[in-house]
Design a protein around this ligand. Structure first.
Ligand SMILES: Cc1cc2nc3c(=O)[nH]c(=O)nc-3n(C[C@H](O)[C@H](O)[C@H](O)COP(=O)(O)OP(=O)(O)OC[C@H]3O[C@@H](n4cnc5c(N)ncnc54)[C@H](O)[C@@H]3O)c2cc1C
Length: 479
């Protein structure tokens, strides 16, 4: 075997997966057909869940330092400023959305991957593949290698998906098209976003002033992606001569593409990110969904590679992620045509894996939080008085048991490292004390409940246990 996992494509999906595998000690190789990394801003909006994943992967500080919270928005009518909306301040742990050009995000992910000893092999396209019971044989330009698993993270036009003949049903709406460019504009305020007629938006590209991402819904006319064509569009929507284009660095026209591959797993080959599902740019679901695919698949591949009895775990990747991609598509369908009306990024979806065979809720009366839901964050207080977020306890490659109102927990049936933390109501002592009822409230549990959290932050199992310490017998500590 030449490598355990070969990843085709070093976009955000492939990079996150490579980090997930490398930090678990998996022998991973990641290749990309391009000779130079892309420099364009493309998917520039990171949702809170992606920030949580980045935190776990060790890149959040860099992403926060390089990016920007949502900008104030200035709206113009007939060339004049008509309205200014200030930035919505957030009250939670994380901003509602963080802006960072995709090229910069990818650079930070590559840096993290390099720190783990893995580098992207550029100029290396997957050009053929076949598989047998033991491995996948992959042709990389002239070379042929054997990998235990192949992941096609090779974008919307995925070669891997095509060569395996996986159907990619969905729709392409030719009437909904969007011009997207990276532009330099003379004299435009780079501290806010600018909205003009017919939904034309100019949003600063974080960390790269004077660059703006221009987005403009297009009509039926053939778009002009030349310098003069984009200037003509600016003149028609912003007022003649009002906004002067200095430099057009990159441009593309995206159609409204909504497609989900029929299968995300084909034997030893997996599809992830845009290779598995494509979305219109409305809502920035592309990059964020790809990151989540990779985060779901990484620990499963690593577990299957280290324990051959766990190979069945890999089936859950399709079961969980295909359903999520389909749900997103249903939701986006309703949003696509409302793009021009206001906010670029709709609310983050609360998608769960409740239906997954990995999710087991053993309680007779489940609470509002169920097995399969995302494990929520909450503040707890350590014995030394330090406030800790549950998400900090989840960081790393292990699964976590939260033992509510119990000093210890029975070892769960879990194929890998498990760390157990006990959480007690205030006044009862214990390893961690719930802070202002946040943990018991967020998990909606009574004492003597054990919650098993998967390495990707989803609840795998919830069980009530007969315990010497229960909601009835629990007593305040004397300290
Ligand atoms: C032109 C364009 C503009 C976009 N604009 C926006 C936007 O404005 N907002 C937004 O939210 N989203 C946008 N998106 C979508 C967003 O960029 C994607 O959802 C996101 O990049 C998906 O990440 P990925 O890693 O799955 O795929 P990609 O980022 O597409 O990465 C796939 C990688 O695979 C490589 N590859 C392809 N074939 C092979 C092969 N045979 N062998 C090896 N490597 C291969 C490619 O070179 C590429 O680097 C845009 C996408 C495109 C293509």
């Amino acid at each position: 075997m030449d490598t355990e996992v070969l990843i085709a494509g070093a976009g955000p999906t492939g990079l996150v997966l490579a980090i997930e595998l490398a930090r678990r000690g998996v022998d991973v190789r990641i290749v990309d057909k391009v000779d130079a990394y892309p420099t364009s801003s493309r998917g520039d909006a990171l949702v809170p869940r992606t920030l949580t994943v980045f935190d776990d992967l060790g890149v959040l500080d860099e992403v926060l330092a390089a990016g920007h919270a949502k900008y104030p928005v200035q709206t113009y009518r007939d060339g004049a400023l008509s309205h200014r909306r200030e930035r919505i301040t957030h009250t939670g742990q994380r901003p509602n959305m963080w802006l960072l050009g995709q090229a910069r995000t990818e650079q930070l992910l590559r840096d993290r991957l390099a720190a783990l000893g893995v580098r992207v092999q550029l100029g290396t396209a997957v050009t053929g593949l076949s598989q047998d019971a033991q491995a996948v044989t992959v042709r990389l330009n002239g070379e042929e290698i054997r990998a235990a698993y192949l992941v096609g993270a090779d974008g919307g036009k995925s070669f891997v998906r095509h060569v395996l003949g996986v159907p990619f049903p969905g729709t392409t709406d030719e009437t909904v098209r969007m011009l997207i460019c990276d532009v330099e504009i003379d004299g435009l305020d780079t501290t806010c976003a600018h909205w003009f007629a017919q939904g034309l938006a100019l949003v600063p590209v974080s960390g790269q002033p004077p660059l703006f991402q221009l987005r403009a819904p297009l009509g039926a006319d053939a778009p002009q992606t030349t310098h003069s064509g984009v200037q003509a569009l600016l003149d028609s929507r912003c007022g003649a001569g009002e906004v002067r284009l200095r430099d057009l660095r990159w441009s593309t026209v995206l159609r409204s593409n909504l497609r989900v591959a029929e299968r995300f797993r084909i034997g030893r080959v997996f599809l992830a990110g845009d290779a598995a599902h494509v979305h219109p740019p409305t809502g920035s679901y592309g990059l964020n969904t790809g990151v989540e695919d990779a985060y779901n698949l990484g620990w499963k591949l690593a577990t299957a590679l280290s324990n051959s009895e766990c190979v069945a775990l890999l089936d859950s990747y399709h079961q969980e992620r295909h359903r999520v991609a389909s749900q997103i598509h249903t939701m986006i369908t309703g949003l696509t045509r409302t793009y021009a009306s206001g906010d670029k990024v709709p609310p983050e979806l609360d998608l769960s894996y409740r239906h997954s065979p990995l999710s087991v809720d053993e309680r007779a009366k489940p609470g509002t939080l169920r097995a399969g839901d995302r494990a929520p964050d909450a503040l707890v207080q350590a014995r030394d008085g330090r406030l800790t977020r549950l998400f900090e306890l989840f960081h790393g490659t292990h699964a976590t048991v939260l033992a509510f109102g119990q000093e210890s927990a029975d070892p769960p049936n879990w194929p890998g490292e498990v760390r157990t933390y006990s959480v007690f109501p205030p006044g009862f002592g214990g390893e961690f004390t719930d802070h202002e009822g946040q943990a018991f409230g967020a998990y909606d549990v009574l004492p003597a409940t054990q919650v098993l959290v998967r390495p990707d932050g989803y609840v795998a199992a919830i069980r009530s246990v007969r315990s010497s310490v229960s909601s009835n017998t629990i007593r305040p500590s004397r300290s």
